[in-house]
Design a protein around this ligand. Sequence first.
Ligand code: F0G
Length: 458
Amino acid sequence: MADLELTDDVPPEADDGVWLACIECGETFAPFDEIRYTCDHCEGLLEVRYADLPTFDEFEGEGTGVWRYHAALPFDVGVTLPEGDTPLHEVPRIEESAGVDSLRVKHEGMNPTGSFKDRGMTVGVRVAQEVGVDRLACASTGNTSAALAAYGARAGLETLVLLPAGKVAAGKIAQAALHQARILEVDGNFDQCLDRVQDLAGRGEAYLLNSLNPFRLEGQKTIGLEIMEEHYADYGEYPDRIILPVGNAGNTAALYKCFRELVKSGAITEDQVPKLTGAQAEGAAPMVEAIEEGYDETNRWEDVETRATAIRIGNPVNAPKALPGIRETGGTAVAVSDEEITEAQRELAGEGVGVEPASAASIAGLHKLREEGVVEDDESVVCLTTGHMLKDPDAAAAAGADPEPVPNDTDAILAHIDDGSVGGTVRRGASKAVKSPLALVAGGLGLAYLLRKLRSKE
Ligand code: F0G
C-alpha cells in the first residue's frame, strides 16, 4: 500500500522547501533538476512535498483563483489565464429531490477553457518552463487537450495531443485545434493514448502533462481549498462529503492531498475532512470495482464505454493515491448508468447549470447513494461538476428538447405556444417532458391544430 503520510523531514534534495517523494518506496528527488514522472527506483507515483504547509490565514488578502493559494504551491505565479474561483452554486430543487441537509455544486466548467484541467495546467506549464522544455504533450479524452493547448499557446510552447479517434466531444477538439495543438488521433482508447504519450515522454520527445505529472495535481488541489473556504464562510462548517466524477482519479488524489495538507498544517482536524466519494460510469468503473472488492489496485478494463466520454477510462493511473483517499476519509465509490447521467445533466440544466455528461455523474451518484442509504439525510454535500455543457454540444442537444418548427407568422406562433399541451408546462418542466410519449402525442395534436388553422387561411 502507498505511504501517503506527510513527514516533517526535509530531505537534502529539497529546493526552496519543495521536493518530490515516491509514495511507494519513499525515495526523494529534487523537484526541477531532472524530468521524471515516476520513481526512478520502483516506478511508483511521485508526490510534491513541502517543508512548510499553510493554514487558511496565509491565503487572506491574496486575491482569488488558483494563485490565491500560492503558499500551498511550488511557485508564486504561473502561466495564467486566469483560472479557479469557480462558482459554488446553490441548487435548491436538486437539494430537495436528493433530500440532503445542503447541496452545493462546484462548477469547474466555469474555468477559462471550460474544465478543471486549467487549474492543473497553470501550475504544470509553469513547471515545464522551469525545467526548460519546448514541447508539451498529453493523452486526453478531450478536456486535458483543450487546456494544454490553451496554456501551451499562452506560454509559446509547442503542444502535441493524443486523442482516441472518434471518442472525443466536438467542443474539445475545436479548442485544441484553434489553440494550435497538433492533434494526433490514435486508433485506440484513452488508456492506449496514455501508453503512447508515456513512451514519447520517456524517450525525451515531449514533457508529459497528464495527471501522472505530480505538479498537475498541485494546481487541482485548489478546488478543495476553494470549497473548504467558501463552505465555511457560508455555513460555518466544512462539507461532510464531496462527490466527484472519476476517470484517471487525478482529482480524487488532488483533493485527498489538499485535505492531508490541511490536517498536517493544523488548519482542520481529521474529523473535518470531507468524505471523498467517486462516481464513475457503469461502463468504465474500475475504481468502483476496487472499492467494492477491497482491492489495493484497480484492474485495467480493456473495453470501456459510456456516453460520458470524458471519463471513458479503464486504467486510472492515480488509483494508488486515490483509493486510500476514498478509504481513509470514509467515502465510497458508486457506478451510475448513462441514463442516470443524462437525467442528472437535465436536472442541473433545469437549475441553470450547464454541464457535460461526465460532470453529471456526481449528481447521479448522489441520488443513487441516497437511495441506497449510504448518504444520510443530514449531510452537507458538495458535488463537483467538472466540465461545461458546451464541451459536448451533441450530447447537450440530444439530452435537451427538440426545436419546434413554426411558420414565419406571429398568429401561428402564438397558436403554437398557447396550445396547453406544447406550451408553458413543457417548457417549465424538464426537457424530458418533451420526449415523453404524452408530450409527443400532445405535440402532434398541436401540430395538427396548427396545420388545420393554416389550411383554413388558404
Ligand atoms: N470530468 C471531466 C469533464 C473530465 O474531463 C475528466 C478527465 C474527469 C471528470 C475525470 O477526472 O481523471 O481527475 O478522475 N478528463 C481527462 C482528459 C482524462 O483527458 O480530459 P480525473
